[in-house]
Design a protein around this ligand. Structure first.
Ligand code: HEM
Length: 431
């Protein structure tokens, strides 16, 4: 990866399209309304137990104390009752059995926008595809991305405000950096970055503007098709080249399969990482004693990342469908029922976590559900952790005296389906 690539990625952040994208993204998600959904899940768990049966509108913000995530629409097939797994045990039991609880429902919700991706595949087809795709996410590849892409992009963005003494860390750092990283990993030409950024944002606005998201998917495909044709002919050291030439038992991925996978990476890789790194930094900023402890002892960084993911999980829920009559934690689930797995509620399950709603980097280490579990566990988990480590260390190294801007009003994490702060206004000692 060259310096030109990184400077091209950074320049793309200045393009008008890139600048407008955060506002467009927030408008589309209408995510300002629900400040704290956790009491709703606690009440539901207390009333109905680890698996509840509900009207799905409740989870899109219409219910008890929830306000409304304006503009969000129910996915097809979610207009009847839905079973909701709310405890760590219930969520893990469903995720452990991918044959009984199918992911095929994503074909209705995401398929029209993404195409057919591994997200909607069940075993054994899922395993074959995942093995092929995994070849692009090796430890060695992540080390190269960290050194040549993630660290230069993060530092390049911080260079722009380090001397100013104040910044909005969401707009200026945590929102733009993961999109730039994904574009760089794919090896897109710099001239495509601004369009990629805009289309990636439009694609993830699928719940509020379905037709716009489908159009964005087609626009992304045009970019990918060009790059893929070039890499099939002459491979380089990027993700598209690895996918183009990956082979398992004589099988290769088709162009369509590669396009769909690349489209999935926009929301899977960019949006969640913006959210997780923002939530982590907010957790530390709102607990200055823990911020100072992590600043002083960097061996705490991995624990802080884990706790950030547990405390404010970027993606609150995922979906499965029962393929046969099933039973989870004593609740009968009829064949064909949609089952929503509430990762956020599982991460705040009082049976598993003491003081579950508190951010505490020193808490006892236990696995949480932010990346899910089982065969579909996040494929980008190690990359996401690496990105969080780079961004947190850079913020701690380069922004001494970092604190929330006391003049800023009421900074908080928000959202009913996805969670993140809308802004992180901070002050620090200028470089
Ligand atoms: C903190 C950041 C992230 C979080 C919280 C997260 C969360 C998740 C979750 C919960 C799933 C499971 C979905 C399901 O089973 O229904 C998933 C799957 C996936 N994630 Fe991530 N993700 C993150 C970052 C990334 C990154 C950086 C990438 C890649 C660049 C990525 C790529 C994927 C892919 C390809 C899948 C599908 C895996 C499969 O179906 O086998 N994710 N992610």
């Amino acid at each position: 990866m060259s310096e030109d690539l990184v400077s091209g990625l950074l320049a793309a952040q200045d393009a008008a399209e890139g600048q407008a994208s955060f506002d467009a993204f927030n408008r589309a998600h209408g995510m300002g309304a629900v400040r704290d959904p956790y009491p709703i899940f606690d009440a539901l768990r207390a009333a109905q137990g680890p698996v509840a049966r509900i009207q799905p509108a409740l989870f899109l913000g219409g219910g008890a104390g929830g306000g409304s995530d304006s503009g969000m629409k129910l996915p097809p097939g979610m207009d009847g009752d839905v079973y909701v797994a709310l405890s760590h045990e219930a969520v893990s039991r469903v995720l452990r059995d991918a044959e009984l609880f199918s992911s095929a429902g994503y074909a209705n919700t995401m398929g029209p926008v993404m195409g057919r991706t591994i997200l909607e595949m069940d075993p054994p087809e899922h395993g074959r595809h995942r093995d092929l795709i995994q070849k692009a996410f090796t430890k060695k590849a992540i080390e190269v991305w960290e050194r040549e892409l993630i660290a230069p992009v993060v530092n390049g963005l911080i260079d722009r405000f380090a001397a100013r003494g104040h910044a909005d860390l969401v707009r200026e750092l945590t929102f733009p950096f993961p999109v730039a990283v994904i574009a760089g990993m794919m090896g897109l030409p710099a001239s495509d970055f601004p369009a990629f950024h805009r289309l990636a944002v439009e694609l993830i606005s699928v719940t509020s503007d379905f037709e716009g998201a489908v159009r964005a998917g087609q626009g992304l495909q045009e970019i990918f098709a060009r790059v893929l044709a070039e890499r099939r002919a002459s491979p380089r050291d990027d993700l598209v080249s690895v996918l183009a030439h990956a082979e398992l038992d004589g099988t290769r991925l088709t162009d369509d399969e590669i396009h769909s996978f690349l489209r999935l990476l926009a929301p899977a890789g960019a949006e969640t990482t913006y959210r997780s790194s923002s939530n982590l930094i907010f957790g530390l900023l709102s607990h200055p004693d823990q911020l100072e402890a992590v600043r002083a002892d960097r061996s705490l960084v991995p624990d802080a990342i884990q706790e950030g993911l547990r405390w404010e999980c970027p993606l609150l829920g995922i979906l499965r469908t029962a393929t046969r009559d099933a039973e989870v934690c004593g609740v009968a689930i009829p064949a064909g029922s949609p089952v929503s797995l509430h990762l956020g509620a599982a991460n705040h399950d009082p049976e598993r976590w003491e003081r579950p709603h508190e951010f505490d980097v020193f808490r006892e280490k236990k696995a949480n559900m932010a990346f899910a579990f089982g065969p579909h566990r996040c494929l980008g988990m190690h990359l996401a952790k690496c990105e969080s480590e780079v961004v947190l260390n850079a913020v701690l190294d380069r922004l001494p005296g970092l604190r929330l801007d006391p003049a800023a009003e009421d900074v908080h994490v928000t959202g009913m389906v996805f969670r993140a702060p809308l802004a992180l206004p901070v002050i620090f000692d200028p470089a």
